[in-house]
Ligand binder design. Structure first.
Ligand code: ZN
Length: 55
């Protein structure tokens, strides 16, 4: 069984991860990322970006 696994601890510094949304205005895409509030490391959560217009 596959499930989306999200670590809530940064693998680099073991800081706290929060979910954030990254937006690329140039291509009009958005995707979820996990952001480390300690070192600022961003890791993509979703494999594929979504169009900003899709809602
Ligand atoms: Zn970190």
């Amino acid at each position: 069984m596959k499930s989306l696994h999200v670590d809530h601890v940064c693998e680099k510094c073991h800081g706290t991860l929060v979910l954030d949304r990254e937006v690329d205005l140039l291509i009009g895409m958005t995707w979820c990322v996990s952001l480390c509030i300690n070192c600022g490391r961003r890791t993509k959560v979703e494999k594929e970006p979504k169009p900003m217009t899709a809602s």
